[in-house]
Each structure stands twice: as C-alpha cells, then as structure tokens.
Design a protein around this ligand. Sequence first.
Ligand SMILES: [Ca+2]
Ligand SMILES: [Ca+2]
Ligand SMILES: [Ca+2]
Length: 346
Amino acid sequence: MTILKNSIKLCSLFALGALTFTSCSNDDDNTGSTGNPSPTTSTRLYTSNNADGNITFYDITDMSNITTTSLITASVAADGIYYDGSTDTAIQASRSGLALEGFANATTQATQSNVNIDVLGTADMVSPREVAVNGNFYVVADNSDVDGDTTTPDGRLFIYERSGDAFTLRNTITTDFKLWGIVFNGADLYAVVDATSELAVFNGFLSNSTDVTVLPSKRVVVEGIVRTHGITYDANTNTAVLTDIADATVSTDGGFHVIADFTTKLDATPNGGTIALSDQVRVAGSNTVLGNPIDVAYDGNTETVFIAEAANGRILAFNNIGIGGDLTPAVNNSLVSASAVYLSKD
Ligand SMILES: [Ca+2]
Ligand SMILES: [Ca+2]
Ligand SMILES: [Ca+2]
C-alpha cells in the first residue's frame, strides 16, 4: 500500500495546480510502507462546471509532472462529465446547449484553450445531469418534470449512440422517480432516487430500446443517507460510493457512504429492503467540508474518494477512509460550481 505517498501526491497536485489548497491530512499510519508503483497509466480527474461550462482536469499520474488543464467551452453551464481515452475526447452534458458535446485532443490542449465541439448530439434535453457510458451508448439523466405535475416524481434517461462526430438519440426511458446520479455496472444501470435515500437498479438497462416508462428491477434503501445524489461504482474492487446532500439548503450536513463488496450486499437485499448502515462506511462531519456533495468518483487502487462539492465550491479527495467519520479531506481545492467528477485511467 502507498497511502502516504498517494496523500503527498494529491497534496502536491493541488499545490502545483496553483489553486487554493487549504488542508492536507498528515495523520497517516502507513509510514512504513514502501514501493511506489511506477505509473503505467495516466490518471486524471475530469470536472464539469455549472457556472462557466468549462472542463477542468487534473493529471494525477506523476508527482514530478502534475498539471491542471482548463478547456474553455462555448457552453455556460454543464453537468455530467466523461473521458474516452481511446479517442482522447472529453464529453459533457451541456446545460446551456441541452446536448452532449465532445472535445477531441482533450489532453494535448494548452490550458485555457478555447475548444470547439468535435462530437455533438441533438438538443433534446431539458435539464441534463449525470452521464453514464457503456460502449458507444451514452446515457444522460434529465431531472426535469416529465408529466407537467411537479408534485409527482419522474425523470427521463436519454440514450444516445455515439458514431463518428455525432451522438444520435436512440430512445428515452421515463422513470417513476426523480433522477440525478447514474452509473453502469456492466449491463445494469444504477440510479439514485433523488430526494430519497434509495437506489434503483435497472437490470439489462440498454435492452429497453423504445420510448417507454420502465420500472426499476428493484429499489433499496441505503440506510443512513438523508438525500442521495451522486453515485459511482468501481468494478475492480466491487465498491460503490453514494453521496448524501441531506438538506440542500444546508452547507454543513453532507456526507458519503462507501460500500465494499457491493454486489454481494445489493444482491442480498430484496426489492424494498435496506442495505444496513453497519454494512457501509459513512464519512460526514464538520471537518469534511461536505455540504452538498453532488457527484463522486473512486480510485480503487488508492482507495481515494473524489467529491464535487456544490454547496462549498470544492473538489475534495479523501483517503485513509478506514472506519469513516469526521475525516479531514486530503485535498480541499476551490472550484466554484463544480458539478461532476469522472476519474480516468488509461
Ligand atoms: Ca411529475
Ligand atoms: Ca446539504
Ligand atoms: Ca460522475
């Protein structure tokens, strides 16, 4: 394990990034660890922004060559973010253009470059949020009201197929709950049930190829969460992380839950059942800076959780999570209106 070195790495990253860095955890009990695996991959954290529509990414591969890059887009607000290493393209859901937009040569642009859209979707959406990707299929969660009655919960999942320089709308799935965070685990799609503590599971999600309402295969309560929002899943370590924004008007009551051995626990929980808090690790409290953590990414190799913290305008990273609690973030970086995070290793 190289927890300490990873901690230093992250601290240095954000210091070298010339960005506000206000906290760096030094408490670490792994000082005896040795060996820093040579970087055989590029690891980057991509972020979108709801105030300027720009993409910022942090290259966290190599301590001696850390960079922060911002790509200036024509959008003025954006949410879900994804990076496709095979074509070096960063993709986001534009909340001003109401479409998916992809930017090629993402990692070879100079920071602050104005970038043009290289892959564009049709402007079908109303309030796009998180993006989840499976092969050439890009799914966007839209949290606008569907049926003209804002008192009834609903939402839509727009399924696009990417080909060449276009995202083509294949079909739209309506849900009977409010949407926000989504993530694939193989063929299954996990979706948070916004405004609740629940998680919805759609088995074989992409097999729904027409415009229909689809009920989730099951819904489970994630005990201890007040209002969930962000979700990520790491297949290599079978770990899920869900965020808790609690009261959206309160900037001190957020948290996140790490669930190890996730599919075992999910499979053991029937529809309408509860994943017990004792099967999770909760991080929350005054030291965490968590108020409205709206999106999350997870590095299973370093056991690091990355958070887009909307209420306090932060990108946060937590490691040495252990049994959780009121942890101080290893990284506490100012990014006003951070709206989504995506971790890429390629
Ligand atoms: Ca409704
Ligand atoms: Ca809150
Ligand atoms: Ca995300």
